[in-house]
Structure formats: structure tokens, C-alpha cells
Write a protein of this length. Sequence first.
Length: 193
Amino acid sequence: MSEILKEVLNANEQYASDFGDKGRLPLPPARRFAILTCMDARLDPAKFAGLAEGDAHVIRNAGGRASDDAIRSLVISYKLLGTKEWFVIHHTDCGMELFTNEIIADLLEKSLDTAVYDGEWKNVGTTPGSSEGRKIDFLTIRNLAESVVEDVRKIRSHPLVPPYIPIYGYIYDVKTGRLAEVPQATEAGRASA
């Protein structure tokens, strides 16, 4: 058993020992909103958005991008679980700004081992790679604010997203912990009756 596995299981045992009334939380989120944000370990949506267990849906992926799967989750969030407002929150110093689809596809084609970054990405592994990475749009980010606007527009224009759900666009600053609105994104996500 790895040390990480032991740590996780021990932490879970401690958490479960004081679980209390959390087992009675209802399925729908109490505060009726959802957040789409990045998987970056420096982001703690519960803390930066003031959430407790059961408050909101938090959907996370690389870059906090409006992928088909993220939109699928948002649709389920409102249609079956009653969320009424959505936030798209990207963040400063995002790793998704450090590469392009071409860069990651080239890296993957040469080796599946973890690459290193020293101002540019380099393979250091020796295992074989795969060209399958060329078939994926990794939804990389060139301009942070524009990526928030793009994602809000993509969600807003999806045929399964009702016009009455407001979608807000923000950038989380990893140096200060503050959320900064992207006004053009929030405007694009404005609800209509």
C-alpha cells in the first residue's frame, strides 16, 4: 500500500468518525447554484465561495473549461437537481496556458511518461507514446479573460441550457484568493425571461 493511499484512507476514517448529520443532506444542492472551475490543487471552491457540504455543485476539469462533459453535468444540475445560477471560474497562473494542442500531442506521441517544464515542455521518459493525443481538443488557454467569455458563450448557446439561468464569468487570483468578474462573460451569460 502506497503512503498516499494510507494517508487518504486514514483521513477518510477520521472524517467518517465525525460524519454526524451529513448523511441526511438532501440530494439537490441547498444554495441552488453550480460552479465550473479548474482542477488545479491551489483552488478550494468550498473556501473561495463560502460553501459547506450540500450547498452547491462543483464541476472541475483542466482549465475549468466548458467541455461537453462539463455541460452535461450542468444540464443534469439544473434539470434534475434544481440549480438556478452558474459560475464559470478560471484562474491566474493556469497550466492550461503553458501548452497548445500541438505541444501536448507531440509529447504524448513520443512518450506517455510525465514530461517536465523548464520554460518549455520536454519528454524525459522512455516508454512508448501514442498518436491518440492528436484526436483530442485539450481546450488550452491563450488568453485567460477570453477563455472565460468563450466558455460562458458556449454554455449559453447550448440548446439544452435554458435562457433563464444566469451564467457568471470570473477569474480567481491564485496569489490573492480574490475573484474578479469578467464583465463581458457575465454579459454573455445574462439570463433572459
